[in-house]
Design a protein around this ligand. Structure first.
Ligand code: GNR
Ligand code: NI
Length: 174
């Protein structure tokens, strides 16, 4: 497995619409394993393939607490079949928008369909953090970031700070 670089906003690559995967094969499992390792290293609870520059409809996730055994999950060609009318608010963050956290309101429950690590179709209901994180990752597949759910003022302030931080990094790499 390998840790890959996570793309930081603003970056046109993060705005791409990711393409469906044809087959869950060993090459795709290498990507999924790398994504998981990259996510654990960051650390984060979810990661979409486009965040490591691969415009594929692939998501990895692990919602287990630090004191629990790891529970990695893989979603290929994920779909949201339906969402609830009731909404839930979570303070979201994103590995592509480092150090910013803001409340985002989304449907509290959703029913999802996807192919798992072995290419087997699965369907299930999500709620709580699972529902929020899944919708956050589905947004990435459409080129959308959580900051796109905020006011234009907040978003432009954050992007300005991210650009400034990137310029500093160019001058004196971490
Ligand atoms: O690590 C992450 N935490 C998180 C918290 C609340 C809602 C969504 C997330 S996903 C984020 C990792 C990430 O950027 N995934 O795309
Ligand atoms: Ni994200």
């Amino acid at each position: 497995m390998a840790i890959r670089d996570i793309i930081i906003a603003p970056d046109p690559r993060l705005k791409q619409i990711s393409l469906p995967v044809n087959e869950v094969d060993d090459a795709l499992r290498v990507l999924m394993d790398d994504m998981l390792e990259t996510m654990y290293d960051a650390p984060g609870i979810g990661l979409a393939a486009i965040q490591v520059g691969e415009p594929k409809r692939v998501i990895v996730m692990d919602l287990a607490n630090e004191d629990e055994t790891p529970a990695p999950r893989f979603f290929v060609n994920p779909e949201i079949l339906s969402v609830s009318e009731d909404l839930a608010t979570y303070e979201e963050g994103c590995l592509s928008v480092p150090e910013f956290y803001e409340d985002v309101e989304r449907p509290a429950h959703c029913r999802i369909r996807y192919l798992d690590y072995n290419g087997v179709e699965q369907e299930e209901d999500c709620d709580e953090l699972f529902a929020t994180c899944f919708q956050h990752e589905m947004d990435h597949l459409e080129g959308v970031l959580f900051i796109d759910h905020l006011s234009k003022l907040k978003r432009s302030m954050m992007l300005k700070k991210l650009i400034k931080a990137k310029k500093l990094m160019e001058k004196e790499p971490a």
